[in-house]
Design a protein around this ligand. Structure first.
Ligand SMILES: CC(O)(O)NCCCCNCCCN
Ligand SMILES: [Zn+2]
Length: 669
């Protein structure tokens, strides 16, 4: 299934007709440069083009009042003076004879996108619209917004398609107070927003934008505000909030539809946000949301005022929606102290509503050690003077690198005779294993080697790895006689490369110790129900879950709160995902793991399975081919206290080595 793009150049046909410093950044070029960048990068042509349409009055009235609509309806016939007069009643917004038409098109575009996704015509998509929407309220325009495009789309999806739970992720740098007011008492719509706040000093200067505004009455817990109290937030700050707050809650909420208030003023160079996250961060934020709701994701443009970073961010988002591998994010540092404090405040405020945020009993908040930030080389407080003096517009950043999708997406090595699932290429090679490899194997696997079939698939596996290294293949799956033998082969082969880094994810028990060396060429995370004899090290992380991989919530907690931060900071060039014999991992969680891990290493994920696990081949291949993982069962049970404690203990022990694991501020030290 494809990716929809909704755009109509009619929405460029309104602009500011008088002097107003607060509004001059909201220009028609925002839309044209974004659309032209999609065309120039060949992304527009890969999308399913969906026409915009005007919203009906009934659709607008899903969120707005009659009197407000009646007022806006008159603006096309107003003189310039009347327009100025009409505008004065609202804040930081302007009207124009054609803005009502464009505002109806913006809402209609969001609804068209919604229809295309909900009817299964496409998997996901983006609507490039203006005027934006998330500030507009029931009876008021605000912050360049006239109608609340995304809020109307959420109500529309619930009414027309019976959607029971909608997640709205607002990564725009401003707080979408309009959305918050709309759903704050509604437990069927989870609104998440981060926003520049600076302790209420930043627009719209609302007390209710702070982290303690968790929603009201039945909606308590379903409104999540992450205030940024400093500017200059970076990729690691954004990712930390995803790993330690948004994703765990989103998986527990288990939405049937994800709407994104896709504002790109949270990117570097934007005069409003003054943040320092690179445009390619949106490739990862999008990727991390794409396995929710069975992949049903609608991104609707909100803000974004730097005409260089905006189109780059739009392209990064659409390219990920299309299934291209995200770029590798390099040198992710520690989240800054201010971000950690905000993160900790939000987690505390929401702890009572979300079982994934329950603190491990007995581990007081203040278990973090003050030395942690300094020893992790974390910036702690960002003191680079250089950045501070440069204005947002003077900031420079590298153009996001090309995201090439190899000619073959998924290749398989299967035991003799089996046909590969549709869309996958099969690899079988007759070459002999390299003698040095054979020697190495004999050292470790004397007994198995007597069984000649043990080696059968290894030459093909090596061919698969070589094709991956040459970027001829994006990812692969091999069903082998012995996964530990295959693992050794792969790591022996890639380990020869001077600076190779392989993230090894072992699902299930069993000894993987031999290869997990401490030279940093591999980082092994083993999730199982067994206590492994090998001690935890910086590069070997055994996650012991009481019910092992059979318990979805425990597993997801380890995946989101441990494995993702570790993997992003390690930044491997290959991910080796090994399903150990008798791992007992439940299907849904396995597919989530296969889906999420493709955000690393430009999608180079190699899955190893043992013969006899053939049932898993089909679903694994479909996820490797880019199909979204099916949603986990709802409701997700609360993680076991022992598992919470296990993950928490590992996190606090490892966070001095891996600073992306941090999720509490030093102030509690
Ligand atoms: C969609 C949106 O969230 O990007 N709208 C932002 C509105 C900002 C209003 N204040 C501007 C002050 C000028 N420095
Ligand atoms: Zn904004």
């Amino acid at each position: 299934m494809g990716t929809a793009l909704v755009y109509d150049e009619e929405m460029t046909k309104y602009k500011l007709l008088w002097v107003d410093p607060a509004c001059k950044i909201e220009v028609p070029e925002r839309l044209t440069v974004s659309y032209e960048a999609l065309v120039k990068n060949g992304l527009c042509q890969r999308c399913v083009s969906i026409p915009a349409r005007e919203a009906t009055e009934a659709e607008i009235l899903l969120v707005h009042s009659e009197e407000y609509l009646e007022g806006v309806k008159k603006t096309p016939y107003m003189t310039l003076e009347d327009l100025k007069e009409f505008t004065l009643q609202y804040g930081d917004v302007y009207f124009h004879p054609n803005i009502y038409h464009c505002a109806k098109l913006a809402v209609g575009s969001a609804l068209q996108l919604c229809d295309s996704v909900m009817t299964g015509k496409v998997r996901n998509g983006m609507a490039l619209v203006r005027p934006p929407g998330h500030h507009s309220m029931r009876s008021a325009a605000s912050g360049f917004c006239v109608f609340n495009n995304v809020a109307i789309a959420a109500r529309y999806a619930k009414q027309k398609y019976g959607v029971k739970r909608v997640l709205i992720v607002d990564w725009d740098v401003h707080h979408g107070q309009g959305v918050q007011y709309c759903f704050e008492d509604d437990p069927s719509v989870l609104y998440f927003s981060w926003h520049r706040y600076e302790h209420q000093k930043f627009w719209p200067n609302l007390r209710e934008s702070d982290y303690d505004n968790v929603g009201k009455e039945d909606g308590a817990g379903f409104n999540i505000n992450v205030p940024w109290n400093k500017v200059g937030m970076k990729n690691s700050d954004y990712l930390s909030v995803f790993f330690h707050l948004l994703l765990p809650v989103a998986y527990e909420f288990c939405p049937e539809l994800v709407l994104v208030c896709a504002g790109f003023d949270s990117a570097i160079g934007d005069p409003e946000g003054e943040m320092c996250a690179s445009p390619d961060i949106f490739a990862h934020l999008t990727h991390l949301l794409m396995n929710l709701a069975g992949g049903k994701l609608c991104a609707v443009l909100e803000g974004g005022y730097n005409l260089t970073s905006l189109p780059q961010s739009v392209c990064q988002t659409v390219q990920t929606l299309l299934g291209d591998p995200p770029t590798r994010l390099s040198d992710l540092g520690a989240p800054c102290e201010s971000a950690l404090e905000s993160l900790q405040c939000v987690r505390s405020a929401h702890r009572q509503y979300w079982s994934c945020l329950r603190q491990a009993a007995g581990l007081p908040d203040s278990h973090v050690s003050a030395k942690r930030i300094r020893s992790a080389g974390g910036e702690g407080e960002r003191t680079e003077v250089g950045e501070e003096e440069k204005s947002a517009e003077e900031q420079a950043w590298p153009e996001p690198p090309q995201r090439v999708s190899p000619p073959v997406r998924c290749a398989l090595v299967l035991p003799g005779g089996e046909a590969p699932p549709d869309g996958c290429e099969q690899i079988s090679s007759r070459e002999e294993l390299h003698p040095l490899m054979l020697t190495k194997l004999r050292e470790h696997f004397q007994s198995e080697l007597d069984n000649c079939s043990a080696l059968a698939s290894l030459p093909s596996l090596m061919t698969l790895v070589e094709k991956m290294e040459k970027n001829e293949i994006r990812n692969g799956l091999a069903v082998v006689h012995s996964v530990t033998m295959a693992m050794m082969c792969v790591l022996q082969h890639v380990g020869d490369a001077p600076s190779s880094r392989t993230l090894v994810v072992c699902v299930g028990g069993g000894s993987v110790g031999s290869h997990a060396r401490e030279d940093g060429k591999t980082l092994t995370v083993q999730i199982s129900s067994e206590d492994t004899e090998k001690p935890t090290g910086k590069f070997y992380v055994p996650v012991h879950l009481k019910k092992g991989c059979g318990d979805a919530s425990g597993f997801m907690q380890a995946l989101l709160g441990l494995l993702l931060p570790l993997g992003y900071q390690y930044n491997p060039d290959l991910v080796l995902l090994v399903q150990m014999p008798n791992a007992g991992v439940c299907g849904g969680v396995w597919q989530q793991l296969v889906g999420v891990l493709q955000g690393f290493a430009q999608g180079h994920v190699l899955v190893l399975m043992q013969e006899g696990e053939q049932a898993r081949v089909g679903p694994t291949a479909s996820t490797l081919l880019g199909d979204p993982a099916p949603p986990l069962e709802h409701p997700l049970q609360a993680p076991l206290p022992e598992d919470v404690e296990a993950v928490e203990t590992l996190r606090s022990r490892l966070q001095s080595d891996w600073s992306l694991l941090q999720n509490t501020g030093e102030s509690t030290a």
